[in-house]
Structures are given as structure tokens and as C-alpha cells.
Write a protein that binds this ligand. Structure first.
Ligand SMILES: [Zn+2]
Ligand SMILES: [Zn+2]
Length: 602
């Protein structure tokens, strides 16, 4: 019977020895109790560094291992649903509600938008994700953010199709040379009609792009040509047709597009009072040259499908006939708008439009009425201010308008928040299973982790259990190295072998590992005892088939004499090809250090 020698507890004291000396002492201590051929061949040493978050006491220990359990960089799936509302630039299209379940938390906004764009045949670059709280946008989500971030936010995710800003910043949207000529303050309703030159415009583009939503000069000019349109922006009086015709390619310096938000309230509701808006904010990019007239038409365009619904529900067939949703050209819109709004007393309109005083917080006067206590005041079609001028005066690239619906309307008739469920294919992360290698598992092994309950660390300084940070590293690697891939969430290693919990889940990803030349040089921190490079060859694999709770084990082993692989499956064995060795069933890998042993005899 073997008698174990008593061993003393040892501690690392930086002032008395080096880490290397302490590691050697720890190893000697291990050998005192466990000296055997198994230790010589299979055991290695970890270094673990634990730091107290409060007193920053650092504890370093060197512990032996006979097998390294490698965490598999797993894909965290979000258990919660993410609901996205897609707001089309075409206001007559019912917004789509997209429910995404079981999402990869690492999916970026960019990837989500890419796939949604594909499904809906939308340009990805025109889709922007915003977080909304109580119908108002509170945050624009950068495309590099991931779903974990979006999901952690309590707000609703809205995707807006906002064509324009990117094109504009690249100069792709042709804009006027003169960004915002001073409009004549008077008679905005009957601007002189010019006969601007219609510039070439792609039919497709025109069909797709809402002329109201995107009043680029060309679309406006084209529409203007068609008829005596009273909603003509004033600046088309100064077109530069020759220049545009001669030189259509180089994009003229774009006049900045202005981000316009329409907050929707019922009468009395106010932007600054944090009043609950009754519908989600409509957002759009508009040219700086947009006049009050055009803005009203744009707002009308955003709500006309709802106004039509209102007429239908209130059995107002006379007005119902006025709105022709199938057409959304400038002419139709203007005609409808004038029939419904023009010349009507304010209180018989569905809504009024107020310009929010963006300088109110700084006690700046309202630029519309000059009063310093004005929070928001009515921005009529007669207002002389173009968006560019408002933007300049408020020094803001964003302008906020309130759309205030009259109180005595039956708001439910408008269905302002109507949307429809859109079914989408599952969104997955492209490289989900592609790049997992035994090296990425080794990296993950050495990642700093926080010791959470119930595994907190007892800090001898603080005399209490602390959520310390812990970093594990391989310090010394044995000649025969066993790597266990932690495919089971609750897997443990006991004296009897590996087993898995019945309740855990199995990671079934393919983890790539080399059959030859596994290089541990960057992963082993201590100086090797011999001069051999830390290169290893695979000699056996234990495979696990099935899931948690039940399964079947097989093994691949290499016959070093014949240099062939053998598949061992219960009582049967057969020759295996090298290509089958690295499979998604691989569970425990057995490596041998190159040149550590004499080559086998033939
Ligand atoms: Zn402490
Ligand atoms: Zn005002």
C-alpha cells in the first residue's frame, strides 16, 4: 500500500520567489502525493490568477491537470422575441411587424437589416433601426451594435426606410446648386409657375421614390411640367437647366437633407410636455429647399391612407372618393389635399402642423413667431420658412413638427398604428459554426471570467466571498495531452469519466482541430522542461453521438505502426479515412507531443 507523504500548504510570495520557482514548487508538491507514470505522461499545470474586485488582492496558484476542459465558444441565442416595425417610405403601405425569435445575440444590426432588406427587396442602406419609447424615437442604433444590445433595451425597435441621407452625403442625390434661395414671404400659395427643364430621370427610380417624400429638384421639376401645380417649391424658379443638361454626371454639391420628425398628438398634446403621442413618429429626410407648402403636402401624404380609413369607417362616401391611394404622384396628392384642406377653417381640418421650438430649452425665441415662451406654434402653408432656414436658425439638422389631431375626431377610425405581421425566414449568423477551432476554444479557456455566485472567491483580505475575476492559463503541457471539448453545458469530469447533466444542452457545432501540428506555443505560458517545440499530433478521438441524457460513444484511434486510423464502435472496428476524424461528434481529443517518444518500430 502506498503511503502518501504529508504535504504542506504553499503560497506564492512575490517578494521571495519568481512565478517560475513557485510553479516548480507547486509541481514538486503535486508529485509528492501523486508520483506515477501517469503524472509524468499526462499531467500538466494550470496557472490561475484571481483578483478581488474590492481590495485587488491577487492570488496566483499553479494546479495540476490531467485533462484540459475547453469551453466551446457557443452561440448565445436570445430567448426573447424581438419585434421590429418596418415603416415603409411609401406611407400607403401598412407597416410590417416582424417577430424574430431565438436570435443569435451577436447578430449585428447590419446583419439583421441586410437579411430583412433581402426578404423585403429593400435596399439595406436605406433601412435604419431606431428604438422607440412611447411612440417616439429615443435612439438611433448604429449598425455595428448587436441584438443583445437591442434586446436589452426596454424600447421597441422600429426600422425606418429612410432613403436619402446616404445618397446625399455621397452626393448621389442631385440637388440644387443653390441650396435655399430666400423665398418670397408673401403669397406662398400662388407661387409663379416656371417652366423648368425636366431633367432625365429614370422611370424606375421615379416609380419607386415617392415624389413627395423625396422632393429632389428633378422629381419636382418633372411634376411641375405636367401641370400648373400650386405646390411648386419656390426655388424651382431658379433652375439651372443648361448646366444640368450638359453635365448630368458629376453630382452637384448636395444641399443638406434635413431630418424631419412628425410627432403625432391629439389636440393639447405637446412635444415638451412629454405627452404621450398617439402614434409612432413619422420620420423622413427632406431637401432643405422644402417649403411650408411642400411640407404640408408631405405630411398629408404620410396620413392620407389613415384619413381614407377614417372616411370609410365613418361611412363618408363623398370624401372617400376623393382619395385615390393607388396614385401618389404630386398632381393627385395636391388635388386631394386642396379638396380636403384648402380654404377650410382650421377647426374643420383633421390636424394642424406645429413647428416645435427647438431652442425652447435654451430660452431662445421661437423662430416662427419670435416669442420666447413659445413651445410650438402653427406652421401654416403660408409660413415663409423653408426647412433649410429653420435648420440654420435652430442650428439643427433635425426639425420636429407636431401633427396635432383635432380632439373631436374618432381617433380609432384612423388606425394610426395599424401594422401587419410579416413572416420571415429565420435569421442566422453566417459564421455561426464556421470558425470554431480548437484554438478558439483555447482562447476562450484563457478569457478572464467573473466568478459569480455560487462560485465566488473567498478573499482572505476582505474576509468574505467576492465576485472576483479569474484568468486560467496553461502553464505546462504534458507529452500526452487530453483536450475535452465542453459540449455539454453542465458537463463535469469525475473520477469515473465524463458525464453530462440530463438538463443541460449539447453544443453540436463542428469544432475544427488539426490531426497534425497542433501548435500550443502561444497557449502555454511556462518554460517547457525540454527543448522540444510545443507541437502535437492527434492519436485518438472519443466521439459522442446523441444529446444530453443519452447517447453513444465511439472512438477513432491511430495505429502508429501502419499509420492508419481505426473507427472503434462497440464490438466492430473498421478503417477510417482522415477526413472523417474531425467531426461534430468529437468530444475528447488525445494528442501526443512530436518527438517526445521514440518512434514506433515497424
Ligand atoms: Zn478583497
Ligand atoms: Zn412660435
Amino acid at each position: 500500500m502506498k503511503v502518501f507523504q504529508p504535504v504542506e500548504e504553499i503560497h506564492f510570495d512575490e517578494s521571495k520567489e519568481t512565478e517560475e520557482q513557485f510553479a516548480a514548487r507547486s509541481w514538486e508538491r503535486h508529485k509528492k502525493r501523486n508520483n506515477s507514470i501517469v503524472v509524468d505522461l499526462f499531467h500538466g499545470q494550470y496557472k490561475s490568477r484571481v483578483e478581488c474586485p474590492d481590495c485587488h488582492k491577487v492570488s496566483i496558484t499553479f494546479d495540476p491537470f490531467c485533462m484540459v476542459s475547453l469551453p466551446v465558444p457557443s452561440i448565445k441565442k436570445l430567448p426573447l422575441k424581438l419585434v421590429l416595425y418596418l415603416i415603409d417610405k411609401d406611407a400607403t403601405i401598412i407597416p410590417k411587424k416582424i417577430t424574430l425569435e431565438d436570435l443569435n445575440a451577436k447578430l449585428t444590426v447590419e446583419e439583421i437589416l441586410e437579411q430583412i432588406g433581402k426578404s423585403l427587396k429593400k435596399e439595406r442602406k436605406n433601412l435604419k433601426l431606431y428604438l422607440f419609447s412611447e411612440n417616439k424615437p429615443v435612439e438611433f442604433i448604429d449598425n455595428s451594435k448587436d441584438m443583445q444590445y437591442v434586446n436589452d433595451s426596454p424600447q421597441c425597435a422600429f426600422i425606418f426606410e429612410l432613403p436619402g441621407n446616404e445618397e446625399a452625403s455621397k452626393g448621389n442625390i442631385p440637388e440644387e446648386k443653390k441650396a435655399s434661395p430666400a423665398p418670397e414671404p408673401k403669397k406662398p400659395e400662388t407661387p409663379p409657375i416656371s417652366q423648368p427643364n425636366p431633367s432625365p430621370i429614370q422611370t424606375e427610380e421615379k416609380k419607386e421614390e415617392n415624389t413627395i417624400a423625396q422632393p429632389t429638384p428633378q422629381t419636382i421639376q418633372t411634376e411641375v411640367k405636367k401641370e400648373n401645380n400650386k405646390m411648386v417649391p419656390e426655388n424651382v424658379k431658379k433652375p439651372e437647366p443648361m448646366q444640368q443638361e450638359k453635365n448630368p454626371d458629376p453630382a452637384p454639391a448636395p444641399s443638406p437633407l434635413i431630418f424631419v420628425k412628425f410627432h403625432v398628438y391629439q389636440e393639447g398634446g405637446q412635444f415638451y410636455n412629454k405627452d404621450k403621442s398617439i402614434s409612432y413618429t413619422r420620420m423622413i429626410f427632406l431637401s432643405g429647399s422644402t417649403t411650408a407648402n411642400m411640407l404640408h403636402l408631405t405630411a398629408y401624404e404620410k396620413f392620407r391612407s389613415h384619413i381614407l380609413t377614417y372616411f370609410k369607417r365613418s361611412a363618408d362616401s363623398k370624401n372617400e372618393c376623393l382619395i385615390k391611394l393607388e396614385a401618389n404622384d404630386n398632381e393627385t396628392l395636391t388635388k386631394e389635399y386642396e379638396a380636403l384642406f384648402k380654404g377650410k377653417p382650421e377647426d374643420s381640418r383633421f390636424y394642424i402642423i406645429n413647428l416645435v421650438n427647438l431652442g425652447y430649452a435654451n430660452k431662445s425665441p421661437c423662430i416662427n413667431c419670435d416669442k420666447s415662451n413659445c413651445i410650438a406654434c402653427q406652421y401654416t402653408e403660408a409660413s415663409p420658412l423653408t426647412l433649410q432656414q429653420i435648420s440654420e436658425k435652430y442650428k439643427s439638422k433635425e426639425i420636429v413638427f407636431e401633427i396635432r389631431f383635432q380632439k373631436d375626431l374618432r381617433m380609432e377610425y384612423f388606425s394610426l398604428n395599424r401594422c401587419e405581421e410579416f413572416l420571415m425566414d429565420k435569421i442566422t449568423k453566417e459564421e455561426e459554426f464556421k470558425n470554431i477551432t480548437v484554438y478558439s476554444c483555447l482562447d476562450k479557456f484563457s478569457e478572464i471570467e467573473k466568478l459569480e455566485k455560487p462560485n465566488e472567491w473567498y478573499c482572505p483580505n476582505c474576509k468574505g466571498f467576492k465576485g472576483a475575476t479569474k484568468k486560467m492559463e496553461l502553464y505546462r503541457a504534458p507529452n500526452l495531452l487530453i483536450l475535452h471539448l465542453k459540449r455539454f453545458k453542465n458537463s463535469r469530469v469525475s473520477n469515473y469519466g465524463f458525464y453530462s447533466s440530463y438538463y443541460g444542452s449539447k453544443i453540436t457545432s463542428l469544432i475544427h482541430f488539426p490531426l497534425e501540428n497542433l501548435d500550443l506555443t502561444p497557449h502555454v505560458k511556462g518554460k517547457p522542461l525540454d527543448s522540444l517545440p510545443l507541437k502535437y499530433d492527434l492519436y485518438a478521438v472519443s466521439n459522442h453521438y446523441g444529446s444530453t441524457g443519452g447517447g453513444h460513444y465511439t472512438a477513432y484511434v491511430k495505429n502508429p505502426f501502419k499509420n492508419i486510423w481505426i473507427d472503434c464502435n462497440d464490438s466492430s472496428t473498421h478503417k477510417a479515412t482522415e477526413s472523417e476524424i474531425c467531426s461534430a461528434e468529437a468530444y475528447v481529443l488525445f494528442y501526443i507531443k512530436q518527438n517526445a517518444f521514440k518512434p514506433p518500430l515497424d
